[in-house]
Design a protein around this ligand. Structure first.
Ligand code: BGC
Length: 743
C-alpha cells in the first residue's frame, strides 16, 4: 500500500523524531536506567498502565498505525528500520518500547525472500487441522514462532480461522476447516505454541470473510444466533484456548457495517462478551473511519495511517474521540506486548534450524495426509515386489504446489519450475516447492523402474501407466488469496487424465495436492486416493513414506468433500458488480472511502459443512471426520456420565496388524426443542494404538459445545432434554450411541 501524501508528511517526520530520539535498545530499559515497568513481576496491565501515563499524544498515535509497507516505500527512512514484513510499528526508545515487526506467517514465515533468510513451509493450515492433533498444532505454532524470531520478527499475521462455509474460497487452505470446535481448538494450540516463543499472535479475519470475491465490498447477512454458533464460535474458542494477543478485523461488512468499524463484532462480542484483552488491528486497508471505528473498538490501522494518524490526533484534540478511548487502544497494544514477552525477551536474529524445520514439516505432513480410498489394500506398496512405477502429473518430477497470496512462503531454492536463482515470489504466481515426488518414490523403491510423464498428453501418460505395475498420479488444484475457485473440479483436464490412466492400469493411486475439497468423477475407477493438501517443504518425502508404509495414515477430513457444487448451500458464488472490485494501487483510496455494497446472505445459517449435508440429506463424496488407515479400529463400551461437563468414555481397539493412531470423534444431537442440525462435533481424542491394543478414552464435553446461543439473553443456553452422544471414526460412521437427559 502506498504511503499517503497530503498532510501525512508531518506525521512521517514526527515518527522519525520518535524513532531517533534515543539510541537503539531492545528492552524496557533505556540509557542504562530501568523503567519502573521493566519489572516483569508486575502484571501486564499494570506495566501497560504505567507506560501509557508517560506517553505524549504523538507517541500514543504512533502505536496505533503502521508505517506503509517496506517494499512499497523503499526510499522511506522508516523502511531502514522495518524488517521487511507486511507491518512495522516504530519503537519508542524513550520509554523502552520496541518496534512491532509483523510478518505474514500462515504456514511458515512469509518474508524470507526479503530479508534473505530461510523459512520452513509447513503443510498448509487446513492440513494441520486434518491431523486433529493438538500437539502437532502446538509444534506448528512453535516452529513458526521460532523462525519469526530468528528472522527478527515479533508478531505473526497467521491464525486464519474463517470457517469453510464456501469451499471455493481461495483461502480455504489458510483456514482450519468447517467445524468451529475443531478449528477453534486447533488454532488455540497453534497460538499457544507460537506465543510461547514470545511472539505476538493474531486470529484472523474477524469475521465472516468467507469468500474472496468482492471482499472489500460485500455485506454479509446472517442471523446472530447462527453467527455465534458457527464462524464466531471458532474465534471464541480460539481466544479462550490461547489468549492470542491480537485479532485482525476483516475487509467485509457485516449487517451493514465494515468489520473494522462494527461495534457488534469488536466491542459487544469480542471485548465484552469474550472479555478479549488484546488489540484489534485492521486487515491491510480495512479501515474506513476515525471516530466511528475508534468507538466501535478498532485499536490499530494497517498498513498506513489514512485514518489513525493525523486525523485521529485531531479527533482526540477536538474531543471527537475521548482521551480514555485513545488510551484504551494504546493500553491494549502495550499490555499484549508485555503479556507475550516481546518486551522482556526481544527477538535476536539467528540461523534457523533447517534440519529441525524439515523434520517437523515432514512429520506434520505424514500426520495430516488423508487416505480417502484404499481398495483391496492397494496401499502401502511393497517396494520389494514392485518392478515398475509410473509417476504421472504436472511437475511431479520436480515439486509440489503451495498456497498463494500473503500466506505464500518463499521456497528455499526457488520455485521448482523456474530456472534457479529466480528472485522472490510474485502475487498470484503458482509456486511449486522443490520437494520432488519422483525422486522420493525412486528413493523408496530403488529396485524398481520408476518413470515419469507430465500428463500433458493423456494418451502418452496412459501408455506409460499400462506398461507399469502401479501408476501414481499427482493431481493439483491451486488456491490463493485474492481469488475464488470457479469450481471444485481439478484444472488442466486432470479429471480426463486420471480417468485415462485408471482405464489403462487397475492399480492407479491418486495423490491430490489441494487447499480444500475437489470433485472426483473418476472416484470409482482408481484403487487408492490420498489427500495431501499443500504439503509443505517436505511434502514428497512424507507422501512417499505413506505410500510405502513407513508411516501409517492417521488424518481425518476437516472439511466435507461434496459430490458436486450443486450440493453446496450456494451453488454459485455471488460476485460483486464490476465497479466493486478489489484493490489495485489506485483502488486503495476508493476502498478506504467505501465501495458500493453487494449482498451475500448466509441463509444456511449454522448449517456449515456436514451440518448442511446432514440436515438436507445430501449424500457426499467423503464426509467430515473421515479418513482411512492401514490398520482398522473397533469401538466399544460407551458410557456417558451426565453433569456440568458430561464425561463420555469408550474403548478403542486396534484390530489390525500394524500400529496406528485413530481420531476418535464424539458427536452430539440436541433435543428437538433446540432446533439444531442433526449432530455436531463436541470433542475428540487422537489415540495411538499398537496392533491389537485397546485403550479406554475419556472426553469431557464443555457445556457450551452442547448449548445454543440465546440472542434474547445474549448468552449460551443448554436446552433441557435428551442428548444423543455418538462415537466413532467419522461423522458418518458412529457405531456407539447413547442418550442421556441433561438439565
Ligand atoms: C490479507 C491478510 C494479511 C495482510 C498483510 C491482506 O491482504 O488479507 O491476511 O495478513 O494482507 O499481508
Amino acid at each position: 500500500m502506498p504511503l499517503q501524501s497530503n498532510s501525512l508528511l508531518n506525521r512521517f517526520f514526527t515518527l522519525i523524531v520518535i524513532m531517533l530520539s534515543a539510541a537503539p535498545f531492545s528492552s524496557a530499559q533505556a540509557g542504562g536506567k530501568a523503567h519502573p515497568w521493566a519489572k516483569s513481576s508486575l502484571s501486564p496491565d499494570d506495566r501497560a498502565a504505567m507506560v501509557v501515563k508517560e506517553m505524549t499524544l504523538d507517541e500514543k498515535i504512533s502505536l496505533l498505525h503502521g508505517t506503509g509497507m517496506a517494499g512499497l516505500s523503499p526510499m522511506s527512512p522508516l523502511a531502514a528500520h522495518s524488517n521487511g514484513g507486511a507491518g512495522y510499528v516504530p519503537a519508542i526508545p524513550r520509554l523502552g518500547i520496541p518496534a512491532i515487526q509483523m510478518s505474514d506467517a500462515a504456514y511458515g514465515v512469509r518474508s524470507s525472500g526479503e530479508n534473505g533468510r530461510y523459512s520452513t513451509a509447513l503443510p498448509s493450515d487446513v492440513a494441520g487441522a486434518a491431523s486433529w492433533d493438538l500437539d502437532a498444532a502446538y509444534e506448528y505454532g512453535a516452529l513458526i514462532g521460532r523462525e519469526l524470531r530468528a528472522q527478527g520478527y515479533n508478531m505473526s499475521l497467521g491464525g486464519g480461522i474463517n470457517l469453510t462455509r464456501e469451499p471455493r474460497n481461495g483461502r480455504t487452505f489458510e483456514y482450519l476447516g468447517e467445524d468451529p470446535i475443531l478449528a477453534g481448538k486447533m488454532v488455540g494450540s497453534v497460538m499457544k505454541g507460537l506465543q510461547a516463543q514470545h511472539v505476538l499472535g493474531d486470529l484472523k479475519h474477524y469475521a465472516l470473510n468467507d469468500q474472496e470475491s468482492g471482499r472489500n465490498a460485500v455485506n454479509i447477512n446472517i442471523d446472530k444466533r447462527a453467527a455465534r454458533e458457527s464462524d464466531l464460535l471458532a474465534f471464541e474458542i480460539g481466544l479462550q484456548e490461547s489468549d492470542a494477543a491480537a485479532v485482525m478485523c476483516s475487509y467485509n461488512r457485516l449487517d451493514g457495517d465494515y468489520a473494522c468499524e462494527n461495534k457488534y463484532l469488536l466491542t459487544d462480542v469480542l471485548k465484552k462478551d469474550w472479555n478479549f484483552k488484546g488489540f484489534v488491528l485492521t486487515d491491510w486497508g480495512g479501515a474506513h473511519s476515525v471516530a466511528k471505528a475508534s468507538a466501535a473498538g478498532l485499536d490499530h490501522e494497517e498498513p498506513g495511517w489514512i485514518f489513525y494518524g493525523d486525523d485521529l490526533k485531531k479527533a482526540v484534540e477536538s474531543g471527537k474521540v475521548p482521551a480514555t478511548e485513545l488510551d484504551d487502544h494504546v493500553h491494549r497494544i502495550l499490555r499484549a506486548m508485555f503479556a507475550t514477552g516481546v518486551i522482556d525477551d526481544p527477538p535476536q536474529k539467528s540461523v534457523v534450524d533447517v534440519v529441525g524445520g524439515f523434520e517437523v514439516a515432514q512429520r506434520i505432513a505424514e500426520q495430516s495426509t488423508v487416505l480417502l480410498k484404499n481398495d483391496h489394500a492397494q496401499l502401502p506398496l511393497d517396494a520389494s515386489k514392485i518392478h515398475s512405477i509410473a509417476v504421472i502429473g504436472p511437475h511431479a518430477d520436480v515439486g509440489m504446489i503451495s498456497g498463494g497470496g500473503s500466506a505464500q512462503v518463499d521456497p528455499p531454492g526457488g520455485n521448482a519450475i523456474m530456472p534457479p536463482g529466480k528472485g522472490q515470489t510474485r502475487w498470484l504466481e503458482k509456486i511449486w516447492f522443490p520437494t520432488s515426488p519422483l525422486k522420493s518414490i525412486r528413493a523408496k523403491a530403488p529396485g524398481a523402474n520408476v518413470r515419469f510423464d507430465s500428463g500433458a498428453d493423456p494418451a502418452a501418460a496412459a501408455a506409460l501407466a499400462k506398461s507399469a505395475d502401479v501408476a501414481i498420479v499427482f493431481a493439483y488444484q491451486w488456491e490463493s488469496e485474492g481469488m475464488d475457485l470457479d469450481s471444485l473440479s481439478l484444472p488442466e483436464h486432470q479429471d480426463a487424465l486420471i480417468a485415462k490412466v485408471a482405464a489403462a492400469n487397475p492399480h492407479t493411486i491418486v495423490v491430490i495436492e489441494s487447499g480444500g475439497p475437489v470433485t472426483m468423477p473418476w472416484v470409482d475407477q482408481v484403487s487408492a486416493i490420498l489427500e495431501a493438501w499443500f504439503a509443505g517443504s517436505r511434502g514428497a518425502e512424507a507422501v512417499a513414506n505413506l505410500i510405502f508404509g513407513e508411516a501409517n495414515p492417521s488424518a481425518k477430513l476437516p472439511i466435507t468433500f461434496p459430490k458436486s457444487e450443486a450440493d453446496l448451500p450456494h451453488p454459485t458464488i455471488v460476485k460483486p458488480p464490476k465497479a466493486a472490485t478489489d484493490a489495485d494501487r489506485e483502488g486503495w483510496k476508493r476502498i478506504a472511502a467505501g465501495l458500493p455494497a453487494f449482498q451475500v446472505t448466509y441463509n444456511e445459517g449454522v448449517k456449515v459443512g456436514y451440518k448442511w449435508y446432514d440436515a438436507e440429506n445430501k449424500p457426499v463424496l467423503f464426509p467430515f471426520g473421515y479418513g482411512l488407515s492401514y490398520t482398522t479400529y473397533a469401538y466399544s463400551n460407551l458410557k456417558v456420565k451426565p453433569g456440568k461437563n458430561p464425561r463420555v468414555t469408550f474403548t478403542v481397539t486396534n484390530t489390525g496388524n500394524r500400529a496406528g493412531a485413530e481420531v476418535a470423534e464424539v458427536y452430539a444431537s440436541l433435543p428437538a426443542a433446540a432446533a439444531e442440525p442433526p449432530k455436531r462435533l463436541v470433542g475428540w481424542s487422537k489415540v495411538k494404538l499398537n496392533a491389537g491394543e485397546s485403550k479406554d478414552v475419556a472426553v469431557e464435553v464443555d457445556p457450551k459445545y452442547l448449548s445454543i446461543f440465546n440472542v434474547e439473553h445474549n448468552g449460551w443456553q443448554l436446552i433441557p432434554g435428551d442428548y444423543g452422544f455418538m462415537v466413532g471414526g467419522s461423522s458418518q460412521s458412529l457405531p456407539l450411541k447413547e442418550s442421556v437427559n441433561l438439565k
